[in-house]
Design a protein around this ligand. Structure first.
Ligand code: EPU
Length: 438
């Protein structure tokens, strides 16, 4: 193991400085129950929304993942105080004075851009580092900026920062999003909540995480019409901070979908608990098309083995369509189907980075533009593979469960960004999976 020293020549021993990998034994069956954590992509905008609050908030079911810790750090840098204890966060942003989200934190997590709308709405000015691209694509923020300009903001891009000012506060406006954007919608919903006057938003994202943000803001006294639809009308508070109440983060439909795919690829009977099945219909419908049985209760989903795993065609799209965040996991699953599957990625131009790693395990996947042709009935072998982004990493784990031998998945810091206690949860399901140091 390589030893690392900090600037004072002191040995760094904390876990985060050592690279870890997952060692996974193949040819496994899983069984039992797994509890699903709170949704990362709901917790992040909701924590950013705490900047709009005039009181301290208790948030429960907050996932213990690196992205949440990064955003809490960013909020603390701005002047907030927070306490994280066993999936429970107490956040107090009353003393926030700074409106500058700097590069050091934003570069770690592009969702930091979610502070742009609330900071500008609260202070009338802010500086937020531009997030830049990432492994899955360029990921511009032009739609966030255009919408804020419509609300009267002056935006300048300087030295890698968005410098935004709105003298006298943001004004209500009518905004149509040219493309559906999740964090773009969330940023503008938060900004509109504190704006002067009424904002009409058209072509808003309908993801459950966007809906939860609206519900929490509505509970804080913001009048929002059209929640859950593509068109929202929001009456702003004329710059006054709002009365946010305590709340519980909704379950993570992508973590839940990943565990269902683990049940599917190993053709095991398995139950996920603490979920909202209606949020997951595009995922469970695909699994049923592939021949798996699905049984739901109000808050559980059980997957039952298929007699024969059938090939399937998938096209990613916005909610309620099939989520891009489940594309990589289904690709791993399709390698075990009885025939050829076609997967079309329609949201991100570069979200096929996992293909070359899966191919190292013996898959037969051909890429053409945004489309992947996945041959089924493939015997997978173990290999050393590298995670390239959060969801790509989970596809490699799924493939490892059906490979012969022991697979090592490296660069798992990507996984830690969004999956709580992944190896603990899979171990409880009977998998032989271990986190080891390089
Ligand atoms: N887009 C633009 N301009 C913009 C914003 C987006 O052209 O100003 C484009 C994007 O390039 C992409 C499409 O619009 O082609 C959709 O992107 P979106 O803005 O919806 O993505 P996001 O808000 O940056 C969120 C999730 C992602 C998830 C996508 C799509 C969070 C924190 N992130 O990203 O989650 O893949 O929506 O559903 O909510 C993950 O959790 O691993 C993850 C990447």
């Amino acid at each position: 193991m390589k030893l690392l020293y900090n600037l004072n020549n002191k040995l760094i021993t904390t876990r985060k400085y050592f690279m870890h990998y997952l060692s996974i034994e193949g040819k496994q069956k899983l069984k039992g129950y797994v509890s699903i954590s709170g949704a990362k992509n709901s917790a992040l905008p909701l924590l950013a929304a705490s900047l709009l609050s005039k009181n301290k908030i208790n948030i429960s079911n907050v996932p213990d993942v690196a992205d949440v810790k990064t955003l809490l750090k960013l909020l603390e840098n701005l002047g907030a105080t927070s306490k994280y204890d066993k999936n429970h966060v107490v956040i107090d942003t009353r003393e926030v004075k700074s409106a500058c989200a700097n590069y050091d934190i934003v570069r770690k997590m592009r969702a930091s851009i979610l502070t742009l709308g609330p900071l500008l709405a609260r202070f009338g000015h802010c500086e937020v580092s531009m997030p830049g691209g990432c492994a899955i694509g360029q990921r511009p923020i032009d739609l966030h900026l255009k919408a804020l300009e419509k609300m009267g903001a002056k935006i300048e891009l300087k030295d890698g920062y968005v410098l935004a000012t709105a003298e006298g506060g943001l004004k209500g406006a009518t905004i149509i999003f040219d493309k559906v954007t999740v964090t773009g919608s969330e940023n503008i919903i938060m900004a509109a909540s504190l704006a002067h006057g009424v904002t009409k938003l058209l072509n808003v994202a309908k993801e459950p995480e966007v809906v939860q943000l609206c519900e929490v803001l509505e509970n804080a006294g913001v009048k929002i019409d059209g929640i859950g639809s593509a068109n929202l009308t929001i009456v702003g508070s004329y710059g006054k901070l709002i009365d946010m109440q305590d709340f519980r983060v909704i379950p993570d439909r992508i973590e839940a979908g990943t565990y269902l795919c683990a049940g599917a690829i190993t053709n095991s009977k398995m139950t996920i608990t603490d979920v909202i099945p209606t949020h997951m219909e595009s995922i469970t419908l695909k699994l049923m098309q592939m021949g798996f049985g699905i049984e739901t209760t109000q808050d559980t989903i059980t997957i039952l083995p298929a007699d024969k795993i059938l090939p399937v065609d998938i096209e990613t799209s916005e909610y309620p369509g099939f989520p891009t965040d489940m594309q990589a996991q289904f690709m791993a699953l399709c390698t075990q189907a009885d025939g050829t599957s076609i997967i079309d990625e329609r949201l991100f131009e570069n979200r096929f980075m996992h293909v070359s790693e899966l191919c190292r395990m013996g898959t037969n996947i051909k890429l053409k533009g945004h489309s992947a042709t996945v041959e089924g009935n493939t015997d997978l072998n173990s290999a050393d593979v590298m995670a390239t982004d959060l969801r790509a990493s989970s596809a490699l784990i799924l493939a490892a469960f059906v490979a012969t031998g022991t697979t090592k998945v490296h660069r798992i810091y990507h996984l830690d960004r969004g999956y709580e206690d992944l190896e603990g949860k899979f171990s409880k399901l009977g998998a032989n999976i271990q986190r080891l140091s390089e």
